[in-house]
Design a protein around this ligand. Structure first.
Ligand code: ADP
Ligand code: MG
Length: 704
C-alpha cells in the first residue's frame, strides 16, 4: 500500500476495526488513520513500575494494578450522595478505592476483573484509600478484554491515556493506535522540508507519530505531560507550519488584487484635512495616518488593523482616511458595532465635516423602510459620500456607486465573513479595521496574520490615568457618597448593569428598578436617566444626547455604552456585579471615563464570594490601565477559543497545537512558512499540499 494512501485509509479497513466500530469512530470525528494518529494522548502515565499496595503512602499519586475483590454502591445518610466503593488486592495487600457520585460504575466493574487505578492516596478514618482514581480494566474474569490485547500495551511502560469519547475508551483507542502504527509504512512522507527540520531539530514524521503514542523507554514523563517531548514538538510544528502556509498564501493572494484606481494626495487635500482637525494630532496619530494613506495610494487594497486603546483617538484617524478617499471621488462606509455608537460617530463626524462639501448619512437597523430606500437610491447614485451605520450597511441590497474605503470600528464584534461580504460590494475597497482590544502577540499570528497592523500607544495630551477600585456589596453606601461628591463637583457618572443573554428580561427589570431606586431614594437631588438596548432608537438618542449635554448627571445603563461612547465630563463609572463581566469588557466600560481633564474613577462593585477567575479579573483591572496588558491577561484567563467569542473570528481549529502553550513554535513556523514560499524550487509542492486541505482542516475561510 502506498504510504500516502495509508494515512488516508478509512479506519474501517484497519485490521481489528469492523463496520460497527468504524461507525462509532466516525461519530467522534475519526474517519481515517490520519485522524486517529493525530489525536494526541491527553496525558501519559508511567506504568513502567507499579507500586505494590504495601508500598503506598498517603499524599502521593500512584498507579497500582490489582484484582477486584468486591465492589458496589454504598448508601450514605445524604439521599442524593452515593459512594461507589471497591476493594482491590495485589500480592502484597488490599486497598479501598472510592468514587463519589458515579453510580454508573456499578455497570463498569465486576469482581475478579484486573484493573489499573491511578490517583491520589488519602488517609481517612477508613484507613488508606484512593479517591476518584482514573481507571482502566485490563482483563475481566473470563480472561478476555474485548480487544485480544496482551497487558504489555497497557502496562509495564509509559502508557498514553486518551480522552474517552462515546464508546471509545482510552484502552480501545490505545489498541487501535497500536495496530495502525504497526502498519505504518517505513518510508513515510514528510511535509516538513529537510532543512526546516534540521534548523529546528525536529524528528522525522514517522518517529514522531510512533513516539507520541508510545514513548520510548526512559522518556521523561513530565516533559510529555507538558507537551514538550521531541515527538510532540515536531507534530505541533508541522500543524503550525501547514496553517501558516495557508495564512501567508491567503495574504499574498489578497495582495495580488488590484483596485481600479488608487488615491492621490496633493496640497489641496492636505489642506482640506487640516481644516477639519479640531486639535493637534499626537505623534502616533500622525504616524498611523501616514501608514494608512500610504496603503491607500498603493494599487492593492489596504487591509489594515488599527489597534489603539480606548480613548487613544482612533476616530479622527478614520475621519482623515475617509476625507482622503472622498476627496478622490470615492464613497466611504463606516461601520460600528451598535446603533448608539454608529449614532455617536455620525454626530461627531457631521460636526467636523460641517463646512465641507461632502454629504453623509446614518443607516442602521432602526432606519425606517422608506428612508432606507431613499438612502439606498442616493448611495447607488453617488450623491451620498459617507455612510455611517451598523451591519445594516452590509445587508443587501445596499449598493454603493464607487465604494473606495470601508472602516470597521471595534471589529471584534464583526466576523471575518461580514468583512468579506462588504468587501465584495465594492470592487476591492480599502479596508481599515479599528479595535481597542489589542490582539495579543500569540493571536496576531493567527486571526490577524493576514492584516497589516498599526498601533497607537500614545494617549492625547492632558489625560489623567483612571483610578480603579474593587469593593464588595457591603460598601455600597460609601460608594454612593463618593458619587454624590463627584456630581457636586460638577462631574457626571455612569452606573452599569450587566445584561446577560439568557436572563436579559430579568436583568432589564433589575436595571429599570435600580434606575428608579437611584432616582428616588439614593440620588433624589440629581437627574438620573436610563439607557438600555430595548429602547426605541429616538429614545436612545434623546438619552445619549441629554447625557452628553449634561442634562442628566447619572446615566444608569446596560452594557450598550460599552464601546465608543464619549462624554468627557463623566468622571466616575460604577459597575454593578463586576464579577460577571469579562476582563476586556470591563476595560472597555472603564474607558467611558477618563476622557477629559478630570481625575476619573472606576468602581467595581462585586458580590462576594468571588471565584478565582473573578478575583483574578478584578485584580488585573485594579493593577493596570494598559489595554495591552489587560488583553494578555484576558487571553490567559479565558483561553484563545473564548477570547473573541466565535469561530468566525478567525481562530483556527487545531488538532495538536495550542496557541498559548505553543506560541513560540507558531512564531518559528510563521518564519519558515514565509521562507519556504519565497523559495521558488519548492513553493509549488507546498502550495499544492495546503490547497487541498487547509480550509477543511483549520475550519477557516479559504485561501482564495
Ligand atoms: P477611541 O480610540 O477610543 O475611539 P476617540 O476617537 O473616541 O477614542 O477619542 C477619544 C477622545 O479624545 C475624543 O473626545 C477625542 O475628541 C479626543 N482626542 C482624540 N485625539 C486627540 C488629540 N490629538 N488631542 C486632543 N484630544 C483628542
Ligand atoms: Mg472609538
Amino acid at each position: 500500500m502506498a504510504e500516502r494512501d495509508f494515512l488516508e485509509t478509512p479506519l474501517q479497513f484497519l485490521k481489528g476495526v469492523g463496520p460497527r466500530r468504524a461507525a462509532d469512530l466516525k461519530r467522534v470525528g475519526l474517519s481515517t488513520v490520519e485522524d486517529l494518529l493525530y489525536r494526541f494522548p491527553t496525558r501519559y502515565e508511567d506504568r513502567a513500575g507499579f507500586r505494590t499496595i504495601a508500598e503506598l503512602r498517603p499524599g502521593a499519586a500512584a498507579s497500582i494494578a490489582g484484582e477486584i475483590v468486591s465492589c458496589g454502591i454504598r448508601p450514605t445518610r445524604r439521599p442524593r450522595f452515593k459512594i461507589f466503593e471497591m476493594l482491590v488486592r495485589d500480592r502484597t495487600g488490599s486497598l479501598r478505592a472510592v468514587w463519589f457520585n458515579q453510580p454508573f460504575l456499578g455497570d463498569v466493574f465486576k469482581p475478579r476483573q484486573r484493573v489499573i487505578l491511578f490517583g491520589k492516596l488519602e488517609l481517612t478514618s477508613h484507613g488508606l484509600q484512593i479517591q476518584n482514581p482514573q481507571y482502566e480494566i485490563l482483563k475481566d474474569d473470563a480472561g478476555t478484554d474485548g480487544e485480544g490485547q496482551d497487558d504489555t500495551l497497557h502496562t509495564g511502560r509509559i502508557v498514553p491515556v486518551y480522552e474517552r469519547t462515546g464508546t471509545l475508551t482510552a484502552k480501545v483507542q490505545r489498541a487501535l493506535v497500536y495496530h495502525a502504527l504497526q502498519q505504518l509504512p517505513v518510508a513515510l512522507s514528510d511535509p516538513l522540508p529537510v532543512d526546516v527540520r534540521a534548523r529546528h531539530q525536529l524528528v522525522d514524521r514517522r518517529t514522531a507519530l510512533v513516539e507520541v503514542h508510545f514513548p520510548p523507554a526512559g522518556a521523561a514523563v513530565d516533559e510529555l505531560n507538558r507537551f514538550k517531548s521531541p515527538a510532540q514538538r515536531r507534530l505541533i510544528f508541522e500543524e503550525f507550519f501547514l496553517f501558516q502556509l495557508g495564512l501567508v498564501l491567503r495574504r499574498r493572494s489578497a495582495k495580488s488584487e488590484r483596485k481600479p484606481r488608487s488615491v492621490v494626495i496633493n496640497d489641496e487635500i492636505r489642506e482640506s484635512a487640516r481644516r477639519v482637525l479640531p486639535f493637534r494630532l499626537t505623534g502616533d496619530q500622525k504616524h498611523v495616518i501616514a501608514e494608512i494613506v500610504g496603503d491607500m495610494q498603493r494599487q492593492e487594497p489596504m487591509n489594515r488593523l488599527l489597534q489603539g486603546d480606548v480613548g487613544s483617538g482612533k476616530t479622527i484617524v478614520a475621519l482623515i482616511a475617509a476625507l482622503v478617499a472622498m476627496e478622490n471621488g470615492f464613497q466611504v462606509a463606516f461601520m460600528a458595532p451598535t446603533e448608539i455608537l454608529a449614532e455617536q460617530h455620525f454626530l461627531t463626524i457631521r460636526r467636523l465635516l460641517e463646512s465641507s462639501r461632502f454629504r453623509m448619512t446614518l443607516l442602521t437597523g432602526a432606519t425606517p423602510a422608506k428612508k432606507r430606500r431613499e438612502i439606498q437610491a442616493e448611495l447607488s447614485g453617488g450623491s451620498i459620500h459617507l455612510a455611517v451605520g451598523t451591519h445594516a450597511l452590509v445587508q443587501d441590497p445596499v449598493g454603493f456607486r464607487e465604494l473606495g474605503l470601508v472602516i470597521i470600528d471595534e471589529q471584534h464584534r464583526f466576523g471575518v465573513l461580514q468583512r468579506a461580504t462588504l468587501r465584495a460590494k465594492g470592487i476591492h475597497p480599502d479596508v481599515l479595521v479599528m479595535t481597542a482590544t489589542p490582539i495579543p502577540r500569540t493571536l496576531a499570528l493567527t486571526t490577524y496574520g493576514d492584516l497589516d497592523v498599526s498601533v497607537m500607544r500614545e494617549m492625547p495630551p492632558g489625560r489623567v490615568p483612571i483610578k480603579t477600585i474593587a469593593k464588595p456589596e457591603s460598601r455600597r453606601d460609601e460608594i454612593y457618597d463618593f458619587i454624590r461628591h463627584q456630581i457636586d463637583a460638577g462631574r457626571q457618572a455612569y452606573v452599569i448593569y450587566p445584561l446577560v443573554e439568557e436572563s436579559a428580561k430579568i436583568d432589564l427589570k433589575a436595571a429599570t428598578e435600580m434606575a428608579d431606586h437611584l432616582a428616588q431614594d439614593v440620588f433624589p437631588a440629581y437627574r438620573v436617566a436610563l439607557l438600555h438596548g430595548r429602547l426605541k432608537q429616538d429614545a436612545k438618542d434623546r438619552v445619549m444626547e441629554g447625557f452628553a449635554r449634561g442634562d442628566y448627571q447619572i446615566l444608569v445603563s446596560t452594557t450598550v455604552v460599552e464601546v465608543g461612547v464619549d462624554v468627557s465630563n463623566a468622571a466616575a463609572i460604577l459597575i454593578e456585579h463586576a464579577e460577571r463581566f469579562g476582563l476586556s469588557q470591563l476595560h472597555q466600560l472603564r474607558g467611558r471615563v477618563g476622557r477629559g481633564p478630570h481625575q476619573s474613577y472606576c468602581i467595581l462593585l462585586y458580590q462576594a464570594p468571588l471565584s478565582d477567575q473573578g478575583r483574578a479579573r478584578l485584580k488585573a483591572l485594579t493593577e493596570t490601565n494598559d489595554g495591552f496588558v489587560i488583553a494578555e491577561r484576558d487571553l490567559e484567563l479565558r483561553g484563545p477559543g473564548d477570547f473573541f467569542g466565535t469561530r468566525q473570528s478567525g481562530m483556527p481549529t487545531l488538532r495538536v497545537g495550542d496557541l498559548l502553550r505553543d506560541h513560540e513554535l507558531m512564531e518559528s513556523a510563521r518564519r519558515e512558512a514565509v521562507a519556504a514560499l519565497d523559495d521558488g524550487s519548492r513553493a509549488d509542492t507546498l502550495i499544492a499540499l495546503v490547497r487541498t486541505s487547509w480550509e477543511q482542516r483549520f475550519g477557516l475561510v479559504g485561501i482564495g
